[in-house]
Design a protein around this ligand. Structure first.
Ligand code: BG6
Length: 466
């Protein structure tokens, strides 16, 4: 079905990945471990998935992958630097070989006219910073992040048009172990420090004579109230506010909303501040907002204590589950679901784009969006029709959001190649390119473009006319 096309000619069609989920080579050329390496190793021991040691071997195969990106027609590539590859201890001495690797990746992208979009921190804080002072729980992390960012801006800045500060701080605030921490009160304190780090990093970037842009990167699922019961309506709004909007408000307006502070107080959690914090947080002007959007959720009041499953994080199926004392989540009968019970809801994306744009009036970039499937090679090919359906809906919705007036300028679906899932090993595949390995058998890590790769190639070639 052909839809009206509102994409501007210079729209940045891209794709997305992150360091710990693709690079492997975790102990090569001076790199030291990150919290992601430790966390995923533990999960591997418990659930028999795999670890980060090889992932997709992007470290050694970036040229092959970037060549495929060029073949697909990508105009941008969103990836992250591994902080512990550049500063193995998080602070102290810079690792020249790590820097060289990112120089090579950037130059290779530029060779094909693909714009690098770089995330400074994507779930992989250097473990050494946890050992030194408990990472972002401590205030010292702010200066270390700033030094790391400053080095990156000075060294790579002339070649990077878009920087993202911290990937999904909203997730890090709620799931302590993704940031190497143990409990919620630590991660809430850490989130305050990340807010200051974010603010100072953006101010620092804007004080330098560089031509690129910088912004934060948050994740957002569109939330529908389960019924017209006013209490469900309130709950959906409240989860939005406490999930993401309090953070963007703080980053943009430099002040925590009252409802957030009172919510923490009611939970008996409060972060420590210093007198200067409110001025540190003020006067930050992100150039854009980067949004990771995958799915929508149906939420209703928490009803039944007896039906509580053991909720452990957002990676669990988003249907018929509950979060104790907070909410029930329901399956949405109007939308189709992928193999991991995340749904396909293009309208939900349009809704999110409108809501976020009208609230902040900042240009938007989609830095993650995709559907996880279980896949097998079928006579040398991967027929991922459901993913094509998903991408099709998303792209139609983006076009309509642009027609509505949303300033959306880049789309980077997750993920370019299959990558190691942040929590469920290699079987959970999101890629446009299949990586032929399993959790237990690395095989030869052959790259095989899926049907969705060719579909997206055509879509980019037609600038979004699908
Ligand atoms: C996002 C993360 O939250 O979701 C990615 O930024 C992650 O790192 C993606 O891979 C999908 O989640 P998962 O757990 O299925 O890998």
């Amino acid at each position: 079905m052909e839809t009206e096309n509102y994409f501007p000619k210079d729209f940045l069609w891209g794709a997305s990945m992150s360091a710990f989920q693709s690079e492997g080579a975790i102990a090569d050329d001076g790199r030291k471990l990150s919290v992601a390496d430790i966390r995923i190793k533990k999960m591997n021991q418990q659930f028999h998935t795999t670890d980060t040691s090889t992932a997709t071997d992007f470290y050694h195969r970036y040229k092959e992958d970037i060549k495929l990106m060029a073949e697909c027609g990508l105009r941008s590539f969103r990836f992250s630097f591994s902080w512990s590859r550049i500063f193995p201890d998080g602070n102290g001495k810079v690792n020249k070989k790590g820097v060289q690797f990112y120089d090579n990746v950037i130059d290779e992208l530029i060779k094909y006219n693909i714009k690098p979009i770089v995330t400074l921190l994507h779930f992989d804080l250097p473990q050494s910073l946890i050992d030194q002072y408990q990472g972002f729980y401590s205030r010292e992390s702010i200066q270390d992040f700033l030094n790391y960012a400053k080095f990156c801006f000075n060294h790579f800045g002339d070649r990077i048009p878009y920087w993202l500060t911290i990937n999904e701080q909203d997730v890090l605030a709620n799931i302590p172990f993704f940031n190497g921490l143990d409990n919620l009160s630590q991660s809430i304190q850490a989130s305050h420090h990340m807010n200051i780090a974010n603010a100072l990093t953006m101010k620092l970037y804007h004080s330098l004579d560089l031509k690129g842009k910088i912004g934060p990167c948050l994740s957002y699922p569109t939330r529908y109230p389960a019924s017209t019961d006013p209490r469900d309506q309130f709950l959906a709004m409240n989860l939005d506010d406490l999930g993401i909007f309090y953070l963007i408000d703080t980053l943009i307006y430099g002040k925590y909303p009252a409802y957030y502070i009172n919510h923490l107080k009611s939970k008996g959690i409060m972060f420590k501040t210093k007198k200067e914090d409110s001025s540190l947080l003020k006067n930050v002007k992100p150039d854009f907002l980067a949004i990771n959007w995958y799915t929508s959720e149906v939420v209703g009041q928490y009803l039944d204590d007896s039906q509580v499953d053991d909720y452990q994080g957002p990676e669990l199926p988003r249907q018929n589950r509950s979060e104790k004392g907070v909410a029930q989540y329901y399956k949405n009968p109007y939308t189709e679901y992928g193999d991991y019970n995340w749904n396909i809801d293009g309208v939900g994306l349009r809704l999110a784009l409108r809501k976020i744009y009208e609230r902040y009036h900042l240009p938007l970039m989609i830095t993650e969006n995709g559907l996880a499937l279980k896949e097998k090679i079928d006579h040398g090919k991967i027929h991922d029709q459901k993913r094509i359906k998903y991408l099709n809906q998303m792209i139609q919705s983006m076009s309509l959001a642009i027609k509505d007036g949303v300033k959306l300028f880049s789309y980077n679906p997750w993920s370019f190649t299959d990558v190691l899932s942040s929590s469920q090993g290699m079987d959970k595949r999101y890629g446009l390119v299949f990586i032929d390995r399993t959790n237990t058998d690395l095989k030869v890590l052959k790259r095989i473009p899926k049907d969705s790769f060719y579909w997206y190639q055509k879509c980019i070639h037609e600038n979004g006319s699908i």
